[in-house]
Design a protein around this ligand. Structure first.
Ligand code: GNR
Ligand code: NI
Length: 175
């Protein structure tokens, strides 16, 4: 059984760290990817970046399938925007900011490159949900969150509510 990892909850300075490139494609990397997939499925997420489990490596897991039977791993992912004017608007959520969903626009024509767990290189021009999700996850690797795209007032409201929520769960644990 893979290990279940703790997901960092916003606001947390560790969510702002920039992840380092993966250079060792070894057994411990495979183990981390397995644990992240297990953690993602357990939390009912469609994606998870290593940053969210306090491992600052450029590693993302995802499963966009309906039956949750298509685990995917992206290592050292990068993308180029092919058309800055073609945007896709989607209601985004984040396992690190539970309870908040906001419409975010992102470029939807991208050229994506990544490596797999053996270090082999791949590239693809994804469509639909994958373009949104991979940008959301790569943002995590760069210390960025979807609420950073919102206006200051909305972002501040979410930040205050999340601070309050974290105080409440901290108190709940102490009792
Ligand atoms: O589970 C998730 N759902 C989601 C919905 C819309 C856009 C992005 C996402 S990713 C999110 C899981 C998560 O926080 N990944 O970082
Ligand atoms: Ni997220």
């Amino acid at each position: 059984m893979p290990e279940k990892l703790k997901i960092l909850i916003f606001p947390d300075p560790r969510l702002r760290k920039v992840a380092k490139k993966v250079t060792k494609f070894d057994k411990s990397l495979k183990k981390l990817a397995e644990a992240m997939l297990h953690t993602m499925y357990d939390a009912n997420g469609i994606g998870l970046a290593a940053t969210q489990v306090d491992r600052h490596l450029r590693l993302i897991v995802m499963d966009l399938s309906e039956n949750k039977d298509d685990p995917r791993v992206f290592i050292n992912p990068t993308y180029k925007i092919l058309d800055n004017h073609s945007l896709y608007e989607f209601e985004e959520g984040c396992l690190s900011i539970p309870g908040f969903n906001e419409l975010i626009s992102r470029p939807d024509k991208i050229d994506l490159k990544w490596q797999d767990l053996d270090g082999n290189e791949h590239n693809d021009k994804p469509e639909g949900l994958l373009t949104v999700c991979i940008q959301h996850e790569i943002d995590h690797l760069n210390g960025k969150l979807f609420i950073d795209y919102l206006g200051a007032i909305k972002r501040q409201m979410i930040t205050r509510k999340m601070q309050k929520y974290k105080r409440e769960i901290a108190r709940g644990k102490a009792e």
